[in-house]
Design a protein around this ligand. Structure first.
Ligand code: NAD
Length: 424
């Protein structure tokens, strides 16, 4: 029996400490009661599970998994499940806290949660991945449920994994429970538009920001880091709107082409081979180089902490849209803010995913499904409203978009906590 250990991590600083620092900064600016800040600095519940799995060669491997709920003052907790070798409990806690703020900012009735398993899904066979998912689901089965905590996809998980979670939960309770998980495949109760929702929301955000600045997406030069669910659709949508996507990357490296990359061809290559490696529509660049490239818009859509106080002064983009959660550290934020770079923060920019997850949950509970145009129109309404609320606070108070977004969100959660009162 072997236990899978996390290799060297992409996390330079402890993400939960950074998330708490962000909260403290915002609480100071928005004068939030320190007693409440103490409550909101901690996660309500963190479960650590051991997930033994029979591998195809007959060996048993044990994977460590987590499910964390940060806060449920505004509704059941909601958050993705990450399969990645670098997952840590503190990373999951930070991601859970950001989910609380995200749901509050966009005004959907959820709290924040997140889950993760330390594993490399690319190295597991489909059957191993399925067994691991089903065992992990069984281990957290008392934590999740449509009125309690609702998982969704994140890095390394996809609709297929959500289908196994849905099935495992449903088999255990004896009937199909559509509302237990979102991001499901369409043929078992997924929502139209969910797959592209995070990127579509980010696109709406970029559109609104450009509108405020009297600019257009057409002709904008863009660099996108990460070419998974969020990065590839965002690159495609921007390409379709006439932007010139000059750089893209995945975990194995990137491509730069000043004349613009053929994004549909890149997506076809990635679908066929599972990687961007070997796609020859430009020169090879590293992920470190990609974030420093000369462009109008930079979209980090992979992992946390890719722009820190070490490289923020060399970022040349004029606008950043955080497709990923936590790609900028507070140190990087300060430098970019001083330099006048507009940063559309994660809890706003990538909220499209949880918004359409909310729609999927509602459709599942009602067993009544909407047209894609209806999903996208409602997403547009919510994103545009949240963007404008954030922009107005940023503009009127002279604070960064991040401080504005976090301030609005933390205030809403603090108010809900006060209204409910502290139990008992
Ligand atoms: P994914 O697994 O579909 O894709 C991740 C991509 O990042 C892959 O292309 C991978 O190769 C690449 N990558 C991994 N390590 C990298 C590295 N070190 N450098 C560059 N690229 C690297 O995951 P996703 O769902 O697209 O999630 C990406 C980010 O967006 C995460 O931060 C996630 O939390 C966030 N997010 C996702 C959703 C969603 O609906 N899927 C919603 C909100 C936020």
């Amino acid at each position: 029996m072997t236990t899978v250990e996390a290799p060297e991590t992409h996390l330079r600083e402890n993400p939960f400490e950074l998330a708490k620092e962000q909260l403290r900064r915002v609480a100071k600016t928005f004068q939030i009661d320190p007693n409440l800040v103490n409550v909101l600095s901690q996660c309500k519940k963190a479960v650590v599970v051991s997930t033994p799995v029979s591998m195809d060669d007959g060996a048993i491997q044990v994977f460590e998994g987590y499910r964390v709920t940060h806060n449920i003052a505004r509704g059941p907790s909601k958050g993705g499940i990450r399969y990645h070798p670098d997952v840590t409990l503190d990373e999951v806690k930070a991601l859970a806290m950001w989910m609380t703020w995200k749901c509050a900012l966009v005004g959907i009735p959820f709290g924040g949660a997140k889950g993760g398993v330390i594993c490399d899904p690319k190295k597991l066979s489909p059957l191993e991945l399925q067994r691991m998912t089903r065992r992990y689901t069984s281990e957290i089965i008392n934590e999740i449920g449509p009125e309690k905590d609702i998982p969704a996809p994140d890095v390394g998980t996809d609709p297929k994994v959500m289908a196994w979670i849905f099935d495992t939960y449903s088999m255990n309770v004896g009937h199909s429970v559509l509302g237990v998980v979102t991001g499901k495949p369409l043929n078992i109760g997924g929502s139209l538009g969910r797959l592209e929702a995070t990127s579509r929301g980010a696109l709406y955000c970029v559109r609104e920001a450009m509108r405020k600045q009297g600019r257009k997406i057409e002709g904008t030069t863009v660099a996108v880091q990460g070419f998974g669910n969020v990065g590839s659709y965002l690159a495609l949508f921007l390409h379709e709107q006439g932007a010139k996507v000059i750089a893209i990357s995945d975990s194995q490296g990137g491509i730069h082409n000043a004349n613009g990359i053929n994004i549909p061809a890149a997506i076809a290559h990635k679908q066929e081979t599972g990687t961007l490696a070997g796609f020859r529509d430009g020169e090879a660049i590293t992920n470190d180089e990609l974030v420093l490239i000369e462009c109008d818009l930079l979209a980090p859509c992979a992992l946390e902490q890719v722009i820190t106080s070490d490289n923020a002064d060399r970022v040349k983009a004029r606008m950043i849209v955080e497709g990923a959660n936590g790609p900028l550290t507070p140190g990087a934020d300060e430098i970019l803010d001083d330099r006048g770079v507009v940063v559309m923060p994660d809890i706003l920019a990538n909220a499209g995913g949880v918004i359409v997850s909310y729609f999927e949950w509602v459709q599942g509970l009602q067993e009544y499904f909407w047209k894609e145009s209806e999903v996208n129109a409602r997403l547009n309404d919510i994103m545009t409203r949240a963007f404008n609320e954030t922009w107005n606070a940023h503009d009127q108070r002279g604070i960064s978009m991040r401080t504005a977004a976090y301030g609005i969100a933390v205030q809403r959660v603090a108010e809900a906590t006060m209204t409910r009162g502290l139990y008992p």
